[in-house]
Unconditional design. Structure first.
Length: 245
């Protein structure tokens, strides 16, 4: 089994290295890169407006790699009287590292599970701050707004597509016998599908086994035409390795 990992650096490269240690053939093709978000300074000033019992929610650990050091450099502290949430264990650990407060997170790293946490069910009149990248999913914010919360998004980082020559990439990966591809977001699945020319897509790409991180992503992959799909039990590298076993 030859495996292509499309998740970004450094997590993607780390997964490739772990796969190679198990004797598998694996390569890295990151489809997106990251830049600092355009609202870091706005979040810095917004912290002072939060009241006791408001909510701060981290959608990804990557958001903290940008906003955490930014606040440190600005000599700003995270409030101690608000409730902190994260969408998964990794993002919870990253948020706790900076805020040094209890961070709640669901067992499954999904927005659908996060909004079921008790302290996010009763948010009427509360300010809910969502730390994320550009163009993230709207489900979380829309659900909290429907419950009466005042929701504010802050773009902590930007996702930027990496440009590749599609025909060259298709030839390269077909030559290497890639039969399994790991994709960890809908954005990356779209980029992969559009990158590969139609002929290679139909002859090779859609016949590869696809490893994804949620049922929602599996449904999107099915709509594109994939049939051999494995859903990992999480979005971290440990979960992806379990799925490949």
């Amino acid at each position: 089994m030859s495996i292509l990992v499309t998740r970004p650096f450094p997590e993607g490269q780390q997964l490739v290295e772990r796969l190679r240690l198990t004797g598998r053939q694996a390569w890295h093709l990151p489809l997106i890169d990251f830049l600092p978000g355009r609202q870091l300074s706005e979040f810095c000033s917004h912290l002072a407006t939060l009241n006791r019992g408001d909510r701060i929610i981290a959608v990804s650990a990557r958001a903290l790699t940008y906003v955490g050091p930014y606040l440190q450099a600005a000599n700003k502290t995270w409030p101690a009287d608000v409730h902190y949430f994260a969408i998964g264990k990794n993002s919870a650990l990253a948020l706790h590292h900076y805020c040094q407060q209890l961070v709640e997170f669901p067992e499954d790293s999904l927005s659908e599970q996060l909004v079921d946490l008790p302290l996010l069910e009763n948010v009427a009149g509360k300010s809910c701050v969502i730390l994320r990248g550009n163009n993230g999913r709207e489900l979380l914010g829309e659900t909290l707004q429907s419950r009466g919360a005042d929701v504010t998004y802050f773009e902590c980082y930007q996702r930027v597509a990496i440009n590749y020559h599609g025909a060259e990439q298709a030839f390269r990966w077909r030559q290497k016998g890639i039969s399994t591809i790991i994709v960890t977001s809908g954005e990356m699945l779209n980029l992969l599908y559009e990158l590969i020319p139609a002929l290679d897509r139909n002859e090779w790409l859609l016949h590869c086994r696809l490893v994804v991180v949620s049922k929602r992503l599996a449904t999107l992959a099915t709509d594109f035409g994939w049939r051999d799909i494995i859903v990992a039990d999480g979005a971290d590298n440990d979960a992806l390795l379990r799925a490949l076993r």
